[in-house]
Design a protein around this ligand. Sequence first.
Ligand SMILES: Cc1cc2nc3c(=O)[nH]c(=O)nc-3n(C[C@H](O)[C@H](O)[C@H](O)COP(=O)(O)OP(=O)(O)OC[C@H]3O[C@@H](n4cnc5c(N)ncnc54)[C@H](O)[C@@H]3O)c2cc1C
Length: 387
Amino acid sequence: MATTSCDVAIVGAGLGGCFLALLLGRRGRNVVVIEQGPSVPSAGADFLKPPGLRVLARHGLADLVGRHGLRRDVIRYYHDGDPIQECRFPDGGFLIRPYRELVELIYTSCAMEGVGFWFDASIADIAIGAGPAGERVEELTLADGRRLRAAVVIGADGTKSAVREALGIPQETIPYERLLMRVATVPLSASVAQLNRLYFSSEGWLTYLYPISRDQARVFVGLPPEDDKEIFQDGIPALLDELKKFVTDSSDAFNFLQPATWQRIKVSSMRVDAYHKGNAALLGSAAFACHPMTGMGMSYTLHDAEILADVICAADGDPELLDRLLHARYEPRREAHRRLIDYGDALAATFRDRTAYLAAFRPDLHVHGQAAAPGSLPAPPPAPLPA
Ligand SMILES: Cc1cc2nc3c(=O)[nH]c(=O)nc-3n(C[C@H](O)[C@H](O)[C@H](O)COP(=O)(O)OP(=O)(O)OC[C@H]3O[C@@H](n4cnc5c(N)ncnc54)[C@H](O)[C@@H]3O)c2cc1C
């Protein structure tokens, strides 16, 4: 079977892969995206925070993406039923837009730039060879025999990245085992339409309720793993008994919870030892994973894609320059991600304890997406609420 050549091969058509493909396509690069699924991924995150919205705005996409999304600028937090703080997002707040819709919009924009997408394409082999800047990916072979050669290869293929594995880059995955997460999509109730509310309890539970459209809402329930079987497999009525103990201002949603289909979600943090090797680099969930409570994974990924697009275009096919630029401009992102992952870990360790949670909460990372520079004025703290 014939071999296809391109400037950049991107493995994975999620948010990171599609956005990078769009940026490169707009700058005249010949890009092929390889996706194992039949289309762009159907499920994923819901919140796009201000830093991610700013990235999209820099590329003329904010209005397009925001058009059918919901804007929110406050999250109210509760502990054992008492409101404890409100986190405010200035300048238009954050966007709620289900992941599939977000990625589909970017994917549709890619078509106008001539980006090639190969769906249902599973990778059989990633050939690594020696190049002027050390090891490099020579060729990708698909299960159906197609071969792809690219000057640059991006692993945007999620937490189990085949590209990362082929490059031999070690990773460390740490599951958040103290909290098992369940999610359901339910009809929207008045309290959820009014405000995003996130409840914690000193018994180790959490519940987060928010709208995802004009008539639907998402409900996350986190609970100690030892309670899961009793609550979700043997008898859902027990769920309401537990929630009534600490979910105080959203009781109009209770009627919708019992018949809902509850999906189990695995949540882990992941760190890797390097973000690139030779002509290949990792992007998005292939490179890092932080606790979803930070709500920042997509924002960081969009910014990372911007940096990668600049580096790839600046290197302009020179492998040694590419390696140097990836080292100088992309590898430092690992440090920013490390701070975000550490922050997510700190939050996740305090869910039971309101004082510890409020002390761990960082508006700079939570709202603005970056650690305040040393010596700068601190971001305003969230508004405390009377218990
Ligand atoms: C429960 C949860 C909630 C989250 N909530 C938020 C949130 O509210 N806000 C936020 O900003 N972030 C959130 N995140 C993080 C966010 O989901 C990630 O940052 C984002 O999905 C990264 O996008 P990606 O393109 O790197 O990876 P993915 O979205 O995982 O896409 C990877 C793509 O690669 C494809 N693929 C995998 N292997 C191969 C292969 N071998 N060959 C070809 N294709 C392959 C997959 O099919 C998929 O399409 C959350 C994460 C979790 C786990």
